[in-house]
Design a binder for this molecule. Structure first.
Ligand code: CA
Length: 617
């Protein structure tokens, strides 16, 4: 009888161990580097029953500091300390299952690239071009569909995948360069293996892998290298507030507290104002931070220290691996602000001259400023993020040229926005834009009026901040947000073989589109080499009589920018009024017409136009 029982137990055990066959499916980060400033490394090991193993490493210079398992037996977190003495190369991690059973995993430490820490991020000298990769150019139709990816390409569906990819961007760098662009911000390229709406990139299913419908990790690395060789910087779009419900670690959570969970689906109230608001209720602030962005986007709880390390290491991994020059961080206010601060401090520890722009989509200057590095916040908060998206300026630029001037409307909108720059840690670092992938395209927003469009583009090129232009803007592409996001993210003309109009070659463009492209390119190519714009201060004069004048100036250079917002009247500038900026300059170059002006006393501006003069001595 006893013998039967023993056999039965042995039999059940073997079934149990068979069904629970211990294995390793993933180790993340997939590899790491020696010579990093932060000597600590968290390895996430994933696989059935992995928490029942004991990992061992016998490699000089590597010490296991801690081993932590979670409530889910499929996870094991190993904390390594990498001493200075550690050499690059592959080493073995032995996962002991029993005295006779073990799994060996080979992990690689690469040598940190020379000069990697010294890279200089994007700056006020740059002009950023925003690309939605699925909608820019289809360089490789063979990757439009992938057997492992749920959503298949359907170019007829505005919300479907259209097939644009990394190769499409790489093929058209010379076109982009020709616009005066110096930096690319590409919407997320990492895997979004979702059944629908997978093209926009903001519902990530794998933080370490480029979506195969865009290319491979190597293709991304090659794109960054090619951009650098062409004099273009690359800004990677990163998302930490949420990820897809189809993400592998959401489907099998390490711990319940990796995400915010509710009995019933709870959406964020999208009121980022609750974060700086000194009167905000806990109810509202919690809803803002813990509510989900959408039903298919799980809201990550970055208060979990393992998740925090995971996300920080993921960022460092991409910077070190791909050589990018900057990051645009999605939905900055929606992540816990303490996490953002910690995240930035680790990035700048490894890359002191790097740059980051935070998407702070807020209505008012004081709200936006709260999220920028160096702002004097009442609670002492300092995000460490050097640049923020300047939505208040976006609102001003979308209204100013459509309106008649009054005390607060028309040009006064730009004036009042700038007059609040004292709120920011450094408003000169703000990312300024007239539209983006979430907003109505500028040409539509200003009533498809070419004169107003020119005023907007000139403002972006000359105001303080880092200008960003959304792909297609140079060809006066329109699109209204209320019709659906697919309509503001239309395919770039010429990006698909068989397109009747080709923006890249100029074939089929209207005369106005050709003029617009040239206008924008001339402006931004000039901006690229102008120190008064990229390094100078801004001095402005209260708008009067439909005219708004500001100067950008260093000790040696000065640029005059004047807007005439009236519909019919030619306006004259009284140089006496502006003498504090114009003194010492006797002639000028009109940077739009190329014309040289020998006198500065009698300057005039045509109605609904902008005058940009480089003042000369
Ligand atoms: Ca493709």
């Amino acid at each position: 009888m006893k013998a039967y029982l023993i056999i039965l137990i042995f039999f059940l055990q073997s079934i149990f161990s068979f069904s629970q066959k211990t294995a390793i499916e993933r180790v993340e980060p997939p590899f790491w580097w020696t010579q990093m400033k932060n000597p600590e490394l968290q390895l996430l090991v994933y696989g059935p029953g992995i928490s029942n193993t004991v990992p061992e490493i016998s490699r000089k210079g590597i010490e296991i500091m801690d081993i932590i398992s979670t409530e889910n037996p499929n996870y094991l977190f190993i904390y390594l300390f990498l001493h200075d003495s550690v050499e690059a190369g592959t080493f073995e991690i032995i996962f002991r299952i029993s005295s006779s059973e073990e799994i060996t995993y080979k992990y690689e430490l690469k040598e940190r690239k020379q000069g990697s820490a010294d890279r200089k991020g994007f700056s006020t000298a740059d002009m950023v071009y925003l690309i939605m990769p699925d909608r820019f150019a289809n360089g490789n139709p063979a990757n439009d569909n992938h057997p492992d990816m749920l959503e298949k390409a359907d170019r007829s569906d505005p919300d479907g995948r259209h097939g644009g990819d990394i190769k499409g961007i790489a093929n058209n760098l010379s076109y982009i360069k020709e616009l005066g662009v110096t930096a690319l911000w590409i919407n997320p390229l990492v895997e979004n293996n979702n059944p629908k709406y997978s093209y926009h990139g903001y519902a990530i299913t794998d933080f370490y892998k480029i979506d195969p419908r865009y290319g491979s990790n190597t293709d991304y690395l090659n794109l960054v290298n090619k951009c650098h060789a062409s004099g273009l910087k690359v800004i990677m779009d990163m998302v930490f507030n949420h990820c897809s419900v189809y993400h592998w670690f959401i489907q099998d959570l390490p711990d319940e507290n990796w995400i915010h969970q509710f009995d019933e689906f709870t959406r964020s109230n999208f009121r980022a104002s609750t974060i700086p608001d000194i009167h905000a209720s806990e109810y509202d602030r919690n809803k803002m931070l813990t509510g989900w962005f959408d039903v298919h986007m799980a809201d990550l709880d970055q208060r979990n220290p393992m998740l925090t390390s995971y996300l920080i290491q993921n960022t460092i991994w991409w910077i070190e691996y791909s050589g990018i020059d900057g990051i645009r961080v999605d939905t900055q206010p929606y992540s816990y602000k303490e996490f953002i601060k910690q995240w930035t401090s680790y990035i700048f520890l490894e890359y002191p001259n790097f740059n980051i722009v935070g998407e702070s989509w807020l209505q008012k200057e004081s709200f936006t400023a709260y999220f920028q590095k160096g702002t004097h916040n009442i609670d002492g908060y300092n995000s460490g993020i050097p640049s923020v998206t300047d939505f208040p300026m976006y609102f001003a630029l979308n209204k100013a040229f459509n309106e008649n001037d009054s005390w607060t409307e028309g040009l006064a909108r730009i004036y009042y926005t700038l007059a609040q720059d004292h709120l920011y840690g450094d408003a000169y670092q703000n990312l300024i834009f007239a539209d983006n992938h979430d907003l109505s395209r500028y040409f539509s927003a200003i009533g498809e009026n070419y004169d107003r469009w020119k005023m907007g583009m000139a403002a972006l090129a000359t105001l303080r901040g880092i200008p960003m232009v959304y792909y297609g803007t140079e060809l006066l592409v329109g699109g209204e947000e209320h019709k659906g996001h697919g309509y503001i993210r239309t395919d770039f003309p010429g990006g698909w073989s068989g397109d009747q109009v080709n923006g890249f070659t100029g074939e089929g463009l209207t005369e106005l589109q050709k003029k617009a492209k040239l206008y924008l390119a001339n402006l931004y190519k000039w901006r690229k080499n102008n120190k008064a714009i990229s390094e100078g201060k801004l001095t402005h004069f209260v708008p009067e009589n439909n005219v708004y004048v500001y100067f950008r100036h260093t000790e040696k250079e000065c640029v005059l920018v004047a807007f005439n917002n009236s519909k019919n009247e030619l306006k004259a500038l009284d140089s006496e009024k502006y003498k504090e900026c114009m003194q010492g300059y006797s002639y000028a170059k009109n940077i739009i017409t190329g014309e040289k002006l020998n006198y500065l006393e009698t300057l005039t501006i045509a109605p609904k136009s902008v005058l940009i003069l480089e003042l000369l001595k």
